[in-house]
Design a protein around this ligand. Sequence first.
Ligand code: HEM
Ligand SMILES: N#Cc1ccc(COc2ccc(/C=C/c3ccc(C(F)(F)[C@](O)(Cn4cnnn4)c4ccc(F)cc4F)nc3)cc2)cc1
Length: 481
Amino acid sequence: KKPNEPPLVFHWFPIIGSTITYGMDPPRFFKENREKYGDCFTFILLGKKTTVYVGPKGNDFILNGKIRDVNAEEIYTVLTTPVFGKDVVYDCPNSKLMEQKKFMKIALTTDAFRQYVPIISDEVTNYLKRSADFKGKSGIVDIPPKMAQITIFTASHALQGKEIRDKFDETLADLYHDLDMGFSPINFMLHWAPLPWNNRRDYAQRTVAKIYMDTIKERRARGETGAQDIMWHLMNSTYKGDVPVPDHEVAHMMIALLMAGQHSSSSTSSWIMLRLASRPDIMEDLYNEQVKALGADLPPLTYEDLAKLPLHAAIVKETLRLHAPIHSIMRAVKTPMPVPGTKYVIPTDHVLLAAPGVSATDECYFPQPELWEPRRWEKDSPLAPTIIRNVPAEEDDEKIDYGYGLVSKGANSPYLPFGAGRHRCIGEQFANVQLQTITAIIVRNFKFRNVDGSDKVIGTDYASLFSRPLEPAKIYWERRE
Ligand code: HEM
Ligand SMILES: N#Cc1ccc(COc2ccc(/C=C/c3ccc(C(F)(F)[C@](O)(Cn4cnnn4)c4ccc(F)cc4F)nc3)cc2)cc1
């Protein structure tokens, strides 16, 4: 170990290093090594020196790193470009990504959400009516595959438009599956390997992109201006210098948004259902919150209704605190980076890894951190986030504009499931609308509990790109009369 580098995690073998212990359970790996080495330490991930820096200071160091010091696209492009397609997101200069995020964000407006809530409600209601797994009065169901179906229908219809959503009933579903096979950490690590599924992924990418480009041509021919969905906005956006967005870039951004929305929401909605099954009392409280706020006849849900359902919002917030789909955020180091307050200088042959989930489960910020308690987010809850150095976890947050609107630097926040800084998520509001609406409709139809009646919750599968529940994850459901 060199004197001015962070401590190196002990490992037996070169190349493999700590890949397996990290890959099997990243949160446990971070916690154990934080206790041994402190907030900043280096481990070997498939031969690559990977420096972890956790806690609010680590989150700030990595997520608010200067563009000349840290680089996301170098790390992510091998994973995302074969799946999304060329010239978008991580296959273009960061300045172009910032413009693309501006275009996407313009489409995700309150007006759009007003349209999305009825769309999402109807998709969930229809799915529950049609699904063979929810026939009769009660039963046992493996919930993650059902939530994957519900999210693909709701995300594709809301974000991509009706014509794309209807294609998911036939060809698009299989193509999406082949595309999805390429979205795995193996590709992340061994992108150069001629893995068999990568041919299917490449064929699927070209075919899906063509479906989008044909839809774009149809809409342009029809002079379509009705649906204010994302495709319409991207088709009518121009880069600085009034350069229109080429059709293939619109198609590739649509694939990127579909993948983002699908994986994050499918994982999170599965965890929400599993947590509700472990706490049937909270599921009852959600039902009563709706009856109290909207009336016992439970009229069709509107976007404005969501603001009257704070417990529904807290369910999503608390689930993301314990089950953030992205457990590791990576950056390449472009210039040697001195770590403030230490003698460490991170060299350019290291990769930086931020793990915001570590502070979200740190007892010094969240009392009883492993307890899933949505009410901890209410103002005067005894479990509320500890005020950090007189900076409340939520407010008083420094904001900065990277070209797609003001985003919080989140420098002091122990809770960053959507990241922070230049690469921060632009899908947070959509995700909240989608997840709260799905939860509200499910709560209206069913009561859940664990098959064994316990308050336990299943373990996490970290082997895929987005952490998600181990499968099968069965719950007992009962139709609410
Ligand atoms: C529960 C849902 C979601 C979670 C937890 C989540 C989380 C994140 C995180 C942690 C990042 C930062 C990645 C990094 O810094 O490397 C991010 C970025 C991003 N997310 Fe999300 N996301 C969610 C939903 C969505 C949705 C629904 C969309 C699109 C509609 C979306 C689009 C994006 C985009 C475009 C970026 C920017 C990437 C960059 O600038 O490098 N996300 N998200
Ligand atoms: N042995 C072994 C062994 C070793 C290691 C492991 C596990 O190791 C790791 C390490 C790192 C990671 C990182 C996750 C990661 C990063 C980027 C992205 C993304 F870019 F794709 C995304 O941010 C996703 N996103 C954003 N918002 N919603 N979705 C995105 C951005 C913009 C966009 F438009 C579309 C997008 F969808 N996705 C996921 C995951 C697993 C397992 C086994």
